[in-house]
Design a protein around this ligand. Structure first.
Ligand SMILES: [Zn+2]
Ligand SMILES: [Zn+2]
Length: 290
């Protein structure tokens, strides 16, 4: 790839109404937190939810939320991390590298630390948790499910939003939420279901957070889902550095690119950009209770 193709995309036109990026990973992006927040604020992205994927990343998310007013934290063991902990091989998104003792005891220990962090006032969410059948094979399924159920309990005990990562596991995620009883506020991050599932989520009052992939050419089922999702349950996110919206696919993503996705979503919804942004701002504050 040429240098230009790796370069950060230009700043989009600012939004008329400020919104939140409901799911980002600043710790995996280039530049400082200050730089990311400054660029985001310049285009009307004035709040970000920083999501931890392992113990180290969750500690960092909590510390960053404590230090920066525009940042709120979500803390968890990612569904692909939980099996690694049980199998004694956590490498983690923050690349801890250390081989742990493994076993369910190791998972319980990590979960106890997540719960301690979840109790902090600037931590507004428990997640991302859930199921990922794309990256984790059958051997990791039991650990993943055990971790997911534990995170649901933590979210309920601590009164925080539950942030769901669901990759190719829609039916099982919905079933486990039903079995455990979902927390009052549940967010499907990087929503990836179809229109039929969006109706099920709407019936249960689950928030659906759309990422840059809603702009992809082959994502018509996702746009059909967005069409039927009630306006009061729709959020937007970058999941940066991943899922850079079109036309910048393949280049580094960051919270300042939220306006690109909001504009594409407004077109799908057939409403004005400001009306959608106002709804998203309100919904995100309700979902994460800030
Ligand atoms: Zn995810
Ligand atoms: Zn994520």
């Amino acid at each position: 790839m040429s240098a230009a193709k790796d370069a950060p995309p230009p700043l989009p036109e600012p939004l008329g109404v400020a919104v939140a990026d409901s799911h980002t990973h600043l710790d995996m992006q280039d530049g400082t937190v200050e730089q990311a927040l400054e660029k985001a604020a310049a285009v009307g992205v004035t709040t970000v939810i920083q999501v931890g994927c392992d113990v180290k990343g969750s500690r960092w998310a909590a510390e960053t939320a404590e230090a920066y007013a525009p940042v709120h934290a979500a803390v968890a063991l990612h569904p692909n991390e939980a099996p690694r902990i049980v199998h004694g091989d956590p490498d983690g998104w923050s690349r801890q590298g250390a081989r742990g003792p493994g076993g369910e005891g190791a998972l319980d220990e990590a979960l106890a630390e997540i719960e301690r962090l979840a109790a902090l006032p600037w931590v507004k969410g428990v997640g991302e948790t859930g199921l990922d059948y794309y990256r984790t094979g059958p051997e990791g399924k039991a650990a993943q499910e055990r971790s997911f159920r534990a995170h649901i309990e933590i979210a309920k005990r601590q009164g925080k939003a539950l942030v769901i990562h669901d990759r190719e596991a829609h039916a099982d995620v919905l079933r486990i939420l039903r079995e455990e009883g979902a927390p009052e506020r549940t967010v499907f991050h990087c929503y990836s279901g179809d229109a039929e599932m969006a109706e099920l989520c709407a019936e249960s009052g689950y928030f659906m957070s759309f990422a840059g992939n809603v702009t992809f050419k082959n994502a018509q089922p996702l746009r059909d889902a967005l069409k039927v999702a009630p306006l009061e349950l729709v959020l937007v996110e970058t999941d940066a550095p991943f899922l850079t919206p079109a036309p910048y696919r393949g280049r580094p993503n960051a919270p300042y690119l939220i306006p690109v996705t909001v504009r594409a979503m407004a077109a799908v919804k057939g409403i004005g950009e400001d009306a959608l942004a106002a709804a998203i701002a309100d919904n995100t504050a309700r979902a994460f209770d800030y």
